[in-house]
Design a protein around this ligand. Structure first.
Ligand code: ADP
Ligand code: MG
Length: 315
């Protein structure tokens, strides 16, 4: 099969094109309609075997995950999906792998109304780059910058499970092959869920002042938001929304380490004025207050002890 037949067979018709997509796969570029008063949000993420997923992992989950982690950046800016492009480097043509991979992509794309509108296909070591495109009213898009002293700091989603899932998959490589064998933590790592619906609900009804998605670890990502906003944080570590599985299986110390420094949960960390809390909590019951912004720089716990922004770093 040549690359055009491959694209046709596996990658056409993924997700229903939204109104904004004037032209999708098949020409030199995709074309998007622009709307007055809106901003377009673009972000790209590359997923590599044995770095972002076990090489032998269930290909359905690899497809889901590659799109889901890129999509999380749109949720973090409260930019609703327009579409995505896929740059794929493949070592060989393995129809069973491609079929399952494309079905995983499709499942996420359809659930989130985010159609595949273009891409690139080459032969080479396995590498999956997903570029997502979103849009938001210019005055409502969320940034890392904007948190004010006095704002509450909240987490949307729970923490620590993805780290536990990664440990489990590293400890038992065979387990990665079949997603039907996974429990809650393996699913949390390989099949992170979208926070888009909640983000858009908040965007339209609550004055969120700043947001970031937690991909490298709570403390590391929180520090990015604080630095961009030029404020400090007082965090209540006892209030962290630790995933229930960890509470049953790990010591309190392990739970805290996973929640603070483990990455890959793709929860959202956001700030909002205290007056907006009742409405926000009503719209998003999974939102948990974990601290507040104060004047200054850096993070400290409630006893005033400094917290180091440790988390995952590639280099
Ligand atoms: P060009 O050589 O003009 O860059 P290509 O031959 O690479 O175009 O691709 C042909 C069409 O197929 C383009 O519309 C491109 O966006 C699309 N395409 C290529 N690879 C993929 C893929 N993996 N997924 C989705 N669309 C793809
Ligand atoms: Mg061309």
């Amino acid at each position: 099969m040549d690359e055009f037949a491959l694209i046709q067979q596996y990658f056409s018709g993924i997700g229903t094109p939204s109104q904004q997509v004037v032209l999708g796969i098949g020409d030199d570029c995709a074309l998007l309609a622009g709307h007055t008063g809106e901003q377009l949000a673009l972000s790209v993420d590359t997923s590599l075997p044995d770095r972002h997923f076990p090489a032998q992992a269930d290909p359905w989950a690899i497809g889901w995950r590659a799109l889901s982690v890129a999509f999380s950046d749109l949720s973090a800016m409260a930019a609703e999906p327009v579409g995505f492009t896929l740059a794929l480097s493949l070592p060989e043509q393995d129809p069973a792998w491609l079929q399952a991979f494309s079905q995983g992509l499709r499942a996420f794309a359809e659930a989130q109304s985010c159609p595949l509108i273009g891409g690139d296909t080459t032969r080479g070591p396995l590498a999956i780059s997903v570029q997502v495109i979103g849009r938001a009213p210019a005055h409502r898009v969320w940034r890392r910058q904007g948190a004010q002293a006095g704002d509450l700091i909240a987490v949307l989603g729970d923490l620590g499970a993805a780290y536990a899932g990664l440990q489990s998959l590293l400890g038992d490589p065979e387990l990665a092959r079949d997603r039907h064998q996974w429990g809650a933590v393996e699913q949390a790592y390989m099949l992170p869920e979208s926070r888009m619906q909640e983000a858009l609900r908040l965007r339209d009804q609550v004055p969120v002042t700043a947001c970031i998605d937690i991909s490298d670890g709570l403390l590391a990502d929180c520090q990015h938001l604080l630095a961009a906003s030029a404020v400090a944080a007082e965090l209540d570590l006892a209030a962290l929304p630790i995933h229930p599985w960890l509470k049953h299986h790990w010591t309190p110390e392990q739970q805290l380490d996973a929640a603070c420094e483990g990455g890959d949960d793709y929860a959202l960390l956001l700030t909002l004025p205290a007056t907006a809390w009742p409405r926000a909590h009503q719209l998003c019951p999974h939102l948990t207050i974990i601290g507040r912004c104060v004047a200054g720089a850096g993070m400290r716990n409630q006893a005033g002890a400094p917290l180091a922004p440790r988390g995952f770093k590639h280099f």
